[in-house]
Design a protein around this ligand. Structure first.
Ligand code: PLP
Length: 439
């Protein structure tokens, strides 16, 4: 008997009692290796002593202060730390409680920027199919996952969707990366012109698509082209790095590898590593100045924004990542993970693609490697892989079914940045057994 409404009523979750490093223990004494950081959250693993000490210290001093009355040292220092390493042009940080809140704030900042600067007709938001930006209504409307949106459509704001840059599924035979990047980015320009260039407020994209498509990076100069198109038409670029940001892909921000900076950047998950709920929207000096010289405030706010405990967790996690040079381990272990995934699945009859960046990797499962036909959603392959993996003491993040008619099941791996080569071997070995047992 449970009084909690769980994610699945028919398959209640196992009961976790403790976790240390990469390993969870449940109420029956079973151990699980955390190969997905939950949902790409736990970047330092569990029970990190420095983060625990920082949280104790903060709790002893000040647990909560409403941002309508006070700021705190810890929130100020976190903002300084984030901006010190942020992509060019980003100058301020708005602290929130998670990824969906960060996206909602980014959408509203984009809209308010245009009302403050005398372009109130700019209201359209363009995003991409097969994207996920969160489950609150604005974030859900922005995301391109039809299955998640379908029954809530009457409640959703209007948003427009173009194709993602998804080479495995959408690059034509013989088409170069450069040509495909131009074709995929060209969809944005066409959509802006269709809607009317002076009516579009923002374009939203994940630099590496996470949960919905499974660690899909763009190819070629796609994002450079996207940046240029946004600039050409005065459209703000919102990059959603809630899942792929904060070191997960081997650079602090995934967009660094694309050589571009957004106007607004959302982060969450790896920001606090799961030690507290925290998210943030980073905004450019241009947007900050529009607010500063206009109304003087951003018309938004949540009770728990800038929460000192959340900021303390975020600050401690970010300090450890920098002090221990963990990005180097993300790069090295990301390469190790890729090598081992290719060894285990490179010739597998039902693995069509192995992709990702850093410690953000996925395999895509297909019924037929030649045609790339996905499995029948009724097969529920992703759910079967999840349960076969758990039975083998492995936590991975499978998603699946056919969404928008083109995608098969995939398994996302996003282990903590402290993962070792022997952990990687254990993860890939157990995953290999789980996939074969589920097929
Ligand atoms: N944006 C992306 C890219 C995400 O992956 C997620 C969550 O998975 C969100 C936004 C929403 O974040 P949250 O679940 O913290 O609200």
């Amino acid at each position: 008997m449970t009084r909690l409404l769980h994610r699945s009523i028919h398959t209640p979750p196992r009961h976790a009692v403790s976790a240390q490093g990469l390993r969870f223990t449940d109420s029956e004494g079973h151990q699980y290796i955390d190969a997905s950081g939950g949902a790409a959250v736990s970047c330092l693993g569990h029970a990190h002593p420095d983060v625990i000490a920082a949280l104790h210290d903060q709790l002893d001093r000040l647990a909560y202060a409403h941002t309508g009355f006070f700021t705190t040292d810890v929130a100020e220092e976190l903002a300084e730390t984030l901006i010190a390493d942020a992509p060019d042009g980003l100058s301020h940080v708005y602290l929130l409680s998670g990824g969906s809140e960060a996206i909602e704030a980014a959408l509203k900042m984009a809209r308010q920027y245009f009302t403050e600067t005398g372009q109130p007709q700019r209201r359209h938001i363009i995003a991409r199919r097969q994207s996920y930006h969160g489950n609150t209504l604005g974030a859900l409307a922005t995301g391109g996952n039809e299955w998640r949106r379908a029954q809530f459509k009457p409640l959703l704001m209007e948003a427009h969707h173009i194709a993602p840059c998804f080479a495995y599924r959408e690059q034509h035979e013989g088409e170069t990366d450069t040509d495909y990047a131009a074709r995929a980015a060209g969809e944005l320009e066409a959509k802006i012109l269709e809607l009317g260039a002076d009516t579009v407020a923002a374009f939203v994209a994940e630099p590496v698509v996470g949960a919905t498509a499974g660690a899909v990076p763009a190819v070629g100069d796609y994002f450079k082209r996207i940046r240029a198109i946004c600039d050409k038409y005065g459209v703000l670029l919102i990059l959603d790095e809630v899942m792929c940001g904060m070191g997960r892909t081997g650079s602090l921000y995934a967009c660094e590898q694309d050589g571009i900076s957004p106007d607004l950047l959302t982060i969450a998950k790896g920001l606090g590593g799961g030690y507290q709920p925290i998210g943030a929207t980073l905004l450019s000096a241009k947007i900050y100045e529009a607010f500063a010289q206009g109304s003087g405030f951003f018309q938004h706010g949540h009770t728990y924004m800038g929460h000192p405990m959340a900021a303390a967790a975020g600050l401690a996690v970010q300090k450890v990542i920098r002090r221990d040079n963990l990005l180097a381990n993300v790069q090295a272990m990301g390469a190790e993970l890729r090598t081992q995934l290719h060894a285990a699945f490179g010739q597998h009859a039902h693995v069509g693609d192995i992709r990702g960046k850093g410690l953000f990797q996925a395999i895509e499962l297909v019924a037929d490697r030649q045609t790339k036909a996905p499995f029948d959603p009724a097969h529920k392959l992703h759910a079967r892989i999840k349960s076969e993996a758990l039975a083998r003491g492995l936590m991975v993040y499978p998603m699946g079914g056919t969404i928008d008619g083109v995608r098969g099941d995939h398994v996302l791996l996003a282990p903590p940045f402290i993962v070792t080569p022997s952990d990687v071997t254990e993860i890939v070995g157990r995953l290999s057994e789980a996939v074969d047992a589920a097929l």
